[in-house]
Design a protein around this ligand. Structure first.
Ligand code: EZ4
Ligand code: CO
Length: 402
């Protein structure tokens, strides 16, 4: 089955998405998500200039060889732009493979290990009162696991908190906005926040929190330790992940489970973290971490070390990415949880999907392949809009992690 053509579709139904569509001489096409928030056009150029010309004429069934062709064969390996492109190629080829066999993708990954996928929702508010209310709303919607992020009195903008009554969306039009950060205020605020969440809603709900790379290892150790009484499902990105050893210090001081990796893009970002059992959940998503071909290996390595998956699933990953994740989540034994932020209603004008939320879980239909389609005519109604993630500075102006 030869690849005859491939094209990149960029659209902005509320936010930007980059989708790769690969065509074959069997009349079957596949879709891959190539969205890299705030760096969309860099991935488009990499795909169009360097990958698509090399894809045409190859056998779409050879997912393993083609993965290595675009990874090893590229010489300049790794990195978010090239790996987002490679991930999209891999997802599109697996979509084709499963469609050609007329079966849902999960059947090629081991079949179903479970019937439905446990998800976590986002609750956030501009102050603790609003945040508590938001947690209650998600409980009422049936969510069994809730990520809690809150505005902090005395700080103007904070990661994970929605502006106005819009759902949270980190990218903003134009050049990056600047935010201000105060670690001391944050560290004294968060344990109190979780105490009031537990006091209000009890122990029968999984709670998660995202530090978003903003602590040093010793600060993260203090936070993880002080959060122990509230039994978090996980603490995410407690430190920035470039230095894997940073997690060792956090681990030595606390039993709070740790998740990391939404900005990782290969297994090599995880080697120390997994083999030394310094984390509990891998977050690297299929659409940035090398697709099905590479995540299968990461998940298998993780399984040997009692590490589970908890894939990134923010709204800046397209429905193709979410659906592919659900197939993977259904299939592997060491699945932990899946992040779920519903896309804006305009997204479903462009993408048709086969998943639905019910009572704390996502359910997937049994359409062949990944089970997502894209309406190219409707996509044209939503042209690309330049947007960027914020940058973050400390009070004195020092540039910091966002
Ligand atoms: O900030 O995906 O856990 N989720 C997150 C996300 C990231 C965005 C960046 O594009 O940290 O909200
Ligand atoms: Co995160």
């Amino acid at each position: 089955m030869k690849i005859t053509d491939a094209k990149v579709i960029v659209c902005c139904p509320g936010r930007n998405f980059v989708t790769l569509k690969v065509f074959t001489d069997a009349g079957i096409y596949g879709l891959g998500d190539a969205t890299l928030n705030g760096r969309e056009k860099a991935v488009v150029a990499y795909l169009e200039e360097h990958c698509i010309p090399a894809l045409i004429g190859r056998d779409a069934r050879n997912t393993e060889d083609l993965w290595h062709y675009f990874y090893r064969g590229a010489y300049w390996k790794r990195g978010p732009v090239t790996m987002a492109a490679l991930s999209a190629i891999d997802l599109a080829l697996w979509d084709i493979k499963a469609k050609a066999l007329n079966t849902p993708l999960y059947n090629l990954l081991g079949g179903k290990s479970r019937d439905r996928v446990l998800v976590y929702a986002h609750a956030n508010g501009k102050d603790p009162g609003e945040t508590l209310e938001a947690v209650g709303k998600k409980r009422d919607e049936g969510f069994l696991a809730i990520r809690v992020q809150s505005g902090i009195p005395g700080m103007s903008a904070i990661y994970g908190v929605a502006q106005g009554d819009q759902p949270y969306e980190p990218a903003q039009r134009g050049l990056p906005k600047e935010e201000r950060w105060d670690t001391a205020k944050y560290l004294s605020f968060v344990p109190k926040l979780f105490r009031s969440v537990r006091d209000t809603y009890g122990d029968d709900v999984h709670l998660l929190h995202d530090v978003h790379h903003r602590c040093t290892p010793i600060e993260a150790a203090r936070l993880a330790k002080e959060l122990e009484p509230y039994h978090l499902f996980w603490l995410e990105d407690a430190v920035t992940g470039e230095l894997q050893e940073g997690l060792r210090l956090v681990r030595q001081h606390s039993t709070t489970p740790l998740a990391i990796g939404e900005v990782f893009n290969t297994a090599y970002d995880y080697t120390t973290l997994i083999t030394e059992q310094l984390i509990d959940f891998v977050r690297m998503p299929l659409s940035h971490g090398g697709g099905i071909t590479h995540l299968s290996k990461v998940a298998a390595l993780a399984a040997l070390y009692h590490v589970q998956t908890g894939f990134h699933g923010a709204t800046d990953l397209s429905p193709v990415s979410l659906a592919a994740s659900l197939h993977f989540d259904l299939a592997i034994n060491n699945f932990g949880i899946q992040e779920y932020m519903p896309h804006a209603p305009s997204v479903s004008e462009v993408f048709t999907t086969g998943y639905r939320y019910e009572s704390g879980f996502l359910h997937l239909d049994d359409a062949p392949g990944i089970g997502v389609d894209l309406d190219e005519e409707r996509a044209k109604r939503y042209p690309y809009v330049p947007a960027a993630l914020p940058v973050n500075r400390k009070g004195d102006g020092t540039l910091f992690y966002w």
